[in-house]
Design a protein around this ligand. Structure first.
Ligand code: 13P
Length: 241
């Protein structure tokens, strides 16, 4: 059985005060959510402690947005696995296209981060996906195959989540057509040694399109940016029908 995981990626949004405000609006909306759906919030590092404290006893899991491969060291601006696990962090987004695009993340560093996360008991959410230019040039399948091949060397597929996030669909309102997302996610699955890995779709998931996306047979969840910042919107997504 593949696990359904709906995760919010807050990116660089929300102070601690805003996090508390979000929770006040959100926690009451998920009391009826089906038990077999995992709900995760991947928040900025400064919000992790607040979230972890306030989520105690709730069913929401805490996630981070990056992790370094060393346990400690002279790596200004980075965060280590033990720093996250100490705060009850369970998931970590790795290789998001914004990290690749703006901060020089490569498939090789993604691979190091994946292995370090798993070594410390964190479940990585590995992001893959193509640019508009690569899609138009017919390179999508080969690019994703390459991203997976390089990122997954030595990675345990029993404790892994993958998110297919076409870059052209992120933050644009231009959602990937659900059948096409389903096709690419099927291709991703065919490349794995464990067919039960949860594979999410990400890119302009909204209250208005989540039902159709989640109805696709290969799609096991969503990685949600903008719409995860509003309690009512994220609640509707988590409670998709
Ligand atoms: P949006 O939902 O804002 O398009 O962002 C998707 C994303 O990048 C999640 O990681």
């Amino acid at each position: 059985m593949r696990k359904v995981i709906i995760a919010g990626n807050w990116k660089m949004y929300k102070t601690q005060a805003e996090t508390q405000e979000f929770l006040q609006g959100f926690l009451d909306t998920i009391t009826e959510t089906a038990d077999d759906r995992e709900i995760v919030l991947c928040v900025p590092f400064t919000d992790l402690a607040t979230l972890s404290r306030n989520l105690h006893g709730t069913r929401i899991q805490v996630g981070a947005q990056n992790v370094h491969w060393e346990e400690a060291g002279a790596y200004t601006g980075e965060i280590s696995p033990p720093m996250l696990t100490e705060l009850n962090v369970r998931y970590v987004v790795i290789g998001h296209s914004e990290r690749r695009q703006y901060f020089g993340e490569t498939d090789a560093t993604v691979n190091l981060r994946l292995k370090a996360a798993q070594k410390h008991g964190l479940t990585p959410i590995l992001c893959v996906g193509e640019t508009k230019q690569q899609r138009d040039a017919g390179e999508t399948e080969a690019l994703i195959q390459q991203q997976l091949e390089q990122a997954l060397v030595g990675v345990d597929q029993q404790r892994l989540v993958i998110a297919y996030e076409p870059i052209w669909a992120i933050g644009t309102g231009d959602t990937c057509e659900s059948k096409e997302a389903n096709r690419i996610i099927g291709l991703i699955r065919s490349q794995l040694t464990n067919p039960n890995v949860t594979i999410q779709y990400g890119g302009s998931v909204k209250p208005g399109n989540v039902d159709e996306i989640m109805a696709q047979p290969e799609i096991d969840g969503a990685l949600v940016g903008g719409a995860s910042l509003e309690p009512q919107d994220f609640a509707r997504i988590v409670n998709y029908q």
